[in-house]
Design a protein around this ligand. Structure first.
Ligand code: SAM
Length: 266
């Protein structure tokens, strides 16, 4: 019998993405990093799934080398196939590892990317742990579930507070980043289409085939939970989204960062 994790992997492994987001949002967040797209950046995409953001980064940063890290082999396999098809596989190194202790040299990265995945560590612990992997002046770009308003429908609040112990507003998340030692550079919430058109609609379309392949109580329970979350979003989506947070590890010097990898507007 398949474990819950194996069933979840199977439900999601043929999808373009495993969480809310879009190519436009990835590109907007990348522009807020102010990194030069022409620099030979060292990048890690942590919790990369089947490569939704990894592949956008590989195309937008033609000289970057990207470590794509995930703990599910089937996701990395799909990412490899997609990277081959796009002709960017040479610059992507797939890494099967746990995001709690990534096999990455401290202070070696120009950019850490992570979409919809840091909740697995908890935002506060994740941003603290990953700070040490960035070079001084390096950038973190991370998406994280975020309350859009101080007042929320009770049913929505109950659902997400039970699912994740670090629900908070953008102000809470920015405070967490500052407390961990980052300088916030930008924030924007993902539009609802990132959830519906790009994530929930394709997920719903896979349910019947998944249940036919796995006629088990575990598979039924997974689908029921997904359906409940989708229904809540359809009712109350305006109160919750993913927020994209872009923040810098301060350069060691107190002077502005004039490293060649940063783009400066004149
Ligand atoms: N970034 C992808 C996207 O936006 O499509 C995937 C997002 S999905 C919601 C979260 C990802 O984190 C999954 O690919 C999952 O396998 C990965 N993940 C969860 N826990 C992990 C861990 N402890 N170490 C590494 N990857 C993990």
């Amino acid at each position: 019998m398949k474990t819950e994790l194996a069933l979840l992997a199977e439900l999601h492994q043929d999808a373009q993405r495993q969480g809310p987001g879009s190519e436009e949002a990835t590109r907007l967040a990348l522009s807020l990093t102010r990194l030069s797209p022409d620099a030979p950046l060292r990048v890690a995409d942590i919790g990369c799934g089947t490569g939704a953001s990894t592949l956008v980064l590989a195309q937008a940063l033609p000289r970057a080398s990207i470590l794509a890290l995930d703990f599910l082999p089937s996701f990395l396999q799909r990412l490899g196939e997609r990277a081959q098809a796009l002709g960017v596989a040479r610059r992507i190194r797939r890494c099967l590892a746990d995001m709690h202790c990534p096999p990455i040299t401290p202070a070696s990265l120009d950019l850490i990317w992570s979409e919809g995945a840091i909740y697995n560590m908890g935002f506060a612990s994740g941003v603290r742990t990953w700070l040490s992997l960035l070079r001084p002046g390096g950038i973190l770009a991370v998406s994280e579930i975020t309350w859009l308003h101080e007042c929320r429908p009770e049913a929505l609040e109950r659902h997400w507070d039970a699912a994740y112990g670090e629900m908070g507003t953008a102000a809470d998340k920015l405070r967490t980043l500052e407390a961990a030692g980052y300088e916030p550079l930008g924030y924007f919430p993902l539009p609802a289409s990132c959830w519906t058109e790009n994530y929930y609609d394709p997920l719903e379309a896979r349910f019947s085939e998944f249940l036919a392949a796995h006629p088990s109580p575990e598979a039924r329970r997974i689908v029921e939970e997904e359906r409940a979350e989708i229904s809540l979003f359809r009712q109350y989506g305006a109160s919750v989204s993913y927020g994209f947070y872009i923040a810098a590890k301060p350069a060691t010097s107190s002077r502005p960062d004039f490293s060649p990898h940063r783009r400066h507007n004149t």
